[in-house]
Design a protein around this ligand. Structure first.
Ligand code: ZN
Ligand code: ZN
Length: 409
């Protein structure tokens, strides 16, 4: 069973036309795992057909990553390719679009020394910051799509032979990415319109807080001053309307970094850079996580929370109906891009400046004053399920049902 070449080509087309909305003459910087080469080649073809100036791919390779952990001297783990990220930041400043293909083995580093993993991640996050700020600040049109690499497919479908696992994961990706029909570009236009209606409704309500209740969860998330809900396609600062995530089912905004109270239990495991963190339960006081537990990967979770001051505070809250196609697939993808679109979620760390009214022109100090969080990390984890209710709480204290039993009320 091979990956359907027509659907793979449609995924590449959707990534370029819908995900990026790449403009004639615009350059494209692309990162991908080596396994994703068949998709990357099709993306390049569609990009040039759309008038791309120059497509520049960068590849990461699982064997080479493991070679470092198994053979490199200790000081290697405090290093990162800052020169490369500086160059990427320079490219973004010159209006180069950014496409990331995900598909790495989510458990690649699970057997490696957690301290080395944490140090390498920290060094990488620091070096990446100048480039990440331009992506998080939505300076340019960017997009992330996935490829069913064999190591990832084996993780999602452990009981299938490898070729069947790859085929099954490919079909799941095609369905979730809405490229399994005859008119994927039209299907995306319809989906974007539905997400726009939801975010418009929430923006009209101007809730002061959201209150999540469910098994192990009683959490009040204050929303940042002047927060704005977004979902689906939106306009980058360079004026290009793009769909950063494919797939996407969420509408999301910025919590107030100082106004989160209560406790929350994750409803799905979090796969973080090679480690599975399961059974997360945390307590918030004054917006800060004061206690964090996990039944698996607790050590890694606490290392993540110690990244910097902002790592213990929220940078995003997102609503996703339990009946979304990804949730309905019943699969655990071990990949945030998929799993975050299966359930309502919150993110630790950096907020998105676009999730403020007039966000494009706010300074970092203004964003902070309105309650926006800042951190080297942005990590989504799932807190929604068919058993979770969400109320919107107005400034006056009135409550409006938003979600009941995991669906829009
Ligand atoms: Zn999200
Ligand atoms: Zn997020």
């Amino acid at each position: 069973m091979n990956i359907d070449p027509q659907k793979l080509d449609r995924l590449a087309e959707v990534a370029v036309k819908v995900g990026l909305n790449l403009q004639p003459g615009q350059d494209l910087l692309l990162t991908a795992p080596t396994a994703a080469l068949p998709l990357v080649r099709r993306i390049a073809a569609h990009a040039y057909k759309a008038g791309a100036g120059l497509v520049t791919p960068f590849f990461a390779d699982e064997e080479i990553t493991l070679a470092r952990y198994r053979n490199a001297p200790d000081e290697s783990f405090d290093k990162a390719a800052g020169w490369l990220y500086d160059g990427m930041a320079q490219a973004f400043s010159a209006n180069t679009a950014r496409l990331a293909v995900s598909g790495d083995n989510p458990m690649l580093l699970s057997a490696e020394d957690p301290d080395k993993v944490a140090r390498a991640n920290r060094a990488n996050s620091r070096a990446y910051k100048p480039a990440l700020e331009k992506i998080a600040g939505f300076d340019i049109n960017w997009n992330i799509v996935s490829y069913p690499s064999p190591s990832w497919a084996r993780q999602v479908f452990p009981d299938l032979p490898e070729d069947e696992a790859v085929f099954a994961l490919a079909e799941a990706i095609f369905a979730a990415s809405r490229v399994d029909g005859d008119d994927p570009v039209g299907a995306w236009a319809e989906h974007n319109a539905a997400l726009r209606r939801r975010s418009g409704w929430l923006n009209d309500r101007r809730f002061a807080a959201l209150h999540f209740t469910g098994p192990g969860t009683d959490l009040t998330i204050g929303l940042a001053g002047g927060h704005e809900w977004h979902g689906g396609a939106s306009e980058a600062k360079n004026g290009i309307t793009c769909n950063p995530n494919i797939p996407t089912e969420e509408v999301f905004t910025t919590p107030h970094a100082l106004r989160v109270e209560g406790h929350v239990s994750a409803t799905k495991p979090l796969s973080h850079q090679g480690t599975l963190i399961d059974g997360i339960r945390v307590t918030f006081e004054g917006g800060r996580i004061t206690e964090a537990h996990a039944t698996r990967g607790e050590q890694v979770l606490n290392k993540v929370l110690d990244t910097d001051e902002g790592a213990r505070r929220l940078g995003e809250v997102a609503l996703v109906p339990h009946g979304s196609p990804i949730s309905a697939s019943g699969l655990l993808f071990y990949n945030t891009l998929y799993d975050e679109n299966a359930a309502s979620h919150i993110a630790l760390g950096q907020c998105y400046s676009k999730c403020f009214v007039g966000g494009a022109s706010l300074t970092p100090d203004q964003i902070k004053a309105q309650g926006g969080n800042s951190s080297l990390i942005h990590i989504d984890w799932m807190i929604g399920s068919g058993q979770v209710d969400v109320d919107g709480v107005t400034e006056a204290g009135d409550r409006v049902p938003v979600f009941r039993a995991g669906e829009w009320a």
